[in-house]
Design a protein around this ligand. Sequence first.
Ligand SMILES: C[S@@+](CC[C@H](N)C(=O)[O-])C[C@H]1O[C@@H](n2cnc3c(N)ncnc32)[C@H](O)[C@@H]1O
Length: 259
Amino acid sequence: MKLDPIQAAAAAQFDRQSAHYGKGHILEQTADIDSALQHIPLAAGWRALDVATGGGHTGLLLAARGCEVTLGDIAPKMLERAAALAAERGLRVATRVFPAEAMPFDDGSIDLVSCRVAPHHFSDPEGFVCETARVLRPGGFFLLIDGSIADGNPAAEAWLHRVEKLRDPSHHRFWSDATWRRWCEAAGLAVRICELQPMKQPDLEWYFTAAATPAENREKVREAIHTVAPAVKEFMRLGEEDGKTVWWWQRLVLVATKQ
Ligand SMILES: C[S@@+](CC[C@H](N)C(=O)[O-])C[C@H]1O[C@@H](n2cnc3c(N)ncnc32)[C@H](O)[C@@H]1O
């Protein structure tokens, strides 16, 4: 599998850090997925593909609901851990290593493609949407949840991008809700839900640990926090709670169907 530099950086980062994305990670809390699934008529036996599955939290929820799930990721160690968690919970899943931008599945072979808190690492998110549209059957569903930032606030976007890149160099970029909508529509996916929801980053220090952020980058992030412009601080709801640095992401929840 030939990876481009952005994909290779993500694979190396997440192989190294795979132990941190299972139990105890904030992504283990799946209320966002439960809520989005209310817009999808999920049925037992659906073939679900969870792209960039990480610790497997989304794919395992779908398996627990009776779907035939394939967990996909670019980092083999992530898949090993997700498979171990599935076995621990008595869930049957398949695993497959592949980049989101090139899915090794036939046209129209999947009922649901899910992808949560990962496309901000992808080198070609628009290509990922095209691949999603290709592998979905007509009437199949796409569920996307990821960090995002609405168009129209370039200062906050630049600040957030810098902080994320320092914390985890495999971060590529967040895309606005409008951009995701445009990519979906161009690929033949009809967007049913496309909304930004607030999502709290509850503890900067924990967040550093999850990504093994180097000490010098931690200092640079703290500096970016101390020198943040007031308007950006307000937009990001950046502050202190119980001695912890917290801020809020805009989380995109998008549900689309293949026409
Ligand atoms: C934060 S984790 C995903 C969390 C997970 N989806 C969940 O619901 O808990 C991000 C994952 O994206 C994967 N990833 C990054 N870039 C990728 C790419 N281009 N193709 C496939 N997987 C990728 C990483 O290896 C990592 O496992």
